[in-house]
Design a protein. Structure first.
Length: 256
């Protein structure tokens, strides 16, 4: 789909554009390869998008309980699930008149139970948190980023062969299409700011007098239909091309 998008821009007469890529599957594979408790893996993946919250979550998992509230949650986490649920329900009854925002009572209870489980669990090894932080900091030309990630995973003693080989293949495909390597950039944090994406994502950019302009974007979203009510995951990829921006970029290059 990315190759098709490049060919579409070329067919429209564009010559000068850059490509930005990311891969949420790479982050997911890293979390799965590290020694991270199962309930934490799901939460780290789910909150990948929330930059400030994600860092706070990672810090909390690394540092363990510290505040009075966290110590209370740690005590709750030592109970069985049914006992913990009943205790939290009792606390909710005590503050029944307090404002709860847009969340339902059950959503608040579920969230507190998650935090209780976190507080009761062992702390996340700071070395593991450092590997996650270092991966998410990777950004630059795609070839440099690939080399940096290979070195990072080698130092951490983990293998991410499948997503890294897929990334290498995509770079090869872009090269075969005549896209210069310095025009392709990778950012581990790049997810297109839409939570339904599940894997490879990309955007194509040009420049006008005011700065960078996004011409097209897309990627893989295998869970979108399930989120909308489908009874099973359905593999899907898609692309949106801003034709008015493509035409403007063509005029900027001196085309008709």
């Amino acid at each position: 789909i990315m190759a098709l998008t490049v060919e579409a821009l070329r067919a429209a007469g564009l010559k000068d554009f850059s490509v930005k890529i990311g891969d949420l599957a790479l982050f997911g594979a890293l979390v799965d390869a590290l020694d991270v408790p199962a309930q934490w893996r799901a939460r780290l993946k789910r909150h990948f998008w929330r930059v400030g919250y994600f860092e706070a979550l990672l810090g909390r998992l690394t540092q363990g309980a510290a505040s009075d509230a966290q110590r209370l949650l740690g005590s709750l986490g030592g109970l069985s699930q049914s006992e913990s649920h009943a205790a939290i329900e009792g606390l909710m009854d005590l503050v029944a008149d307090a404002p709860q925002g847009a969340r339902t009572r059950e959503e608040i209870v579920e969230r507190l139970m998650e935090q209780a489980a976190d507080a009761a669990a062992l702390r996340l090894d700071p070395k593991i948190a450092d590997v996650i932080t270092r991966l998410l900091a990777v950004s630059g030309t795609a070839e440099q980023a690939l080399a940096e990630i290979r070195a990072l995973t080698r130092d951490a003693g983990i293998a991410l062969d499948a997503p890294l080989e897929a990334m290498q293949a995509r770079l090869g495909a872009l090269k075969s299409l005549g896209v210069a390597s310095d025009k392709v950039r990778f950012a581990a944090r790049f997810g297109r700011n839409m939570e339904y994406y599940t894997g490879f994502v990309f955007e194509l950019w040009a420049r006008d007098k005011e700065g960078p302009v996004q011409l097209a974007g897309g990627g893989r979203y295998d869970t979108l239909l399930e989120m909308l009510g489908a009874d099973r995951p359905v593999s899907a990829i898609g692309i949106a091309i801003r034709t008015e921006r493509v035409l403007a970029a063509r005029r900027q290059e001196g085309g008709v």
